[in-house]
Design a protein around this ligand. Structure first.
Ligand code: DON
Length: 309
């Protein structure tokens, strides 16, 4: 069974919205601090083109860490799993997303997984091209194919706001460069990474991308291959083990859906073989995940038995 009624979905949104008072909007990227903490919206995209939604699903949000699963899929296609996993690991950390702690104790300094910032920076470093602009266009083109929307772009204000304040990510990059895990100019990499994180879309786009992962990389409209099945499988596995950072274990038990969060309050979910989910709820819990978004997924998972486990 799945939720096919927008009235039913609206009720769940109103129930979950109560959680927003316990959360806080991210403001370490100053431009994200402008979001309304009371916002909550969701789109569910089914393979046949049917879409059920509630809230202001046309509102645009930046992907932030949701982009990490997309850049991972892209470099896996461009470089192959062997090359990628020589440079970034496959294990959850149990640490916050921006932690530097484990990097120093790892020898060589290989980030534990591609969903934490250190690992995502290494993944973005692997995007081939002769300039940050050229590499960004490749990533953006892939996002547009996933979303089936050529109008998708990025929010310059959010990218510039992050670039100015990204000293923790800068520190991670210099550490990785010192250990020869990355080789390029750190500002070039941060320019590319912050633009990637600032790619902007609405919940409908996000749900459609979730659906592509749910369908093992197949285009829901044409049936063509957007990414190989094996790469979609790897990405969904990371979404389960690391997608919600140091809340991934609890999320797997309570909800059981491959999902990826971002500090803008976005969550992309992929219910294997069934549908994609896009959520926007900018009030975050202490681990950087949308507090009402998680509650909403919990309600959905319980009501419709969505756990894959
Ligand atoms: O690198 C950062 O800190 C942000 N651009 C993305 C972090 C993020 O979204 C963590 N997610 N919950």
């Amino acid at each position: 069974m799945a939720c096919r009624s927008s009235d039913e979905l609206k009720k769940l949104v109103e129930e979950a919205r109560k959680e927003t008072v316990h959360g806080r909007v991210a403001d370490y990227i100053p431009a994200l601090g402008k979001a309304d903490p009371g916002d909550l919206s969701i789109a569910i995209q089914y393979p046949g083109g049917e879409c059920v939604s509630a809230g202001d699903v046309e509102e645009k949000i930046t992907l932030q860490s949701v982009s990490k699963v997309i850049s991972l899929a892209y470099v896996l296609m461009e470089r192959g799993p062997g090359y990628v996993f020589d440079r970034v690991g496959m294990e959850p950390t149990g640490d916050p997303f921006n932690s530097i702690a484990k990097l120093e104790t790892m020898a060589p300094a290989k980030p534990l997984n591609p969903m934490i910032n250190a690992g995502a920076l290494v993944v973005t470093h692997m995007v081939e091209g002769s300039s940050p602009d050229e590499r960004f266009e490749k990533l953006l083109g892939f996002v547009r194919r996933l979303a089936d929307d050529e109008t998708i772009g990025y929010c310059r204000e959010v990218a510039e706001s992050e670039l100015r304040t990204a000293d923790l990510n800068r520190a991670l990059c210099y550490f990785l460069k010192q250990h020869d895990v990355i080789q390029e100019d750190v500002e070039d990499l941060l320019d590319l990474y912050t633009r990637q994180c600032a790619i902007e879309m609405n919940c409908l786009n996000l749900a459609r991308i979730g659906l592509v992962f749910a369908l093992d990389g197949k285009d829901p409209r044409t049936g063509g291959e957007i990414m190989p099945r094996d790469i979609a499988r790897i990405c969904k596995t990371f979404m389960v083990t690391c997608g919600m950072y140091n809340a991934s274990g609890e999320f797997a038990i309570k909800i059981g859906i491959p999902a990826k969060s971002g500090v803008s309050g976005g969550i992309m979910g992929a219910v294997p073989g069934r549908f994609g989910i896009g959520i926007f709820g900018p009030a975050l819990d202490e681990r950087g995940n949308s507090i009402a978004g998680i509650r909403l997924l919990e309600l959905l998972s319980k009501n419709y038995s969505l756990s894959m486990f």
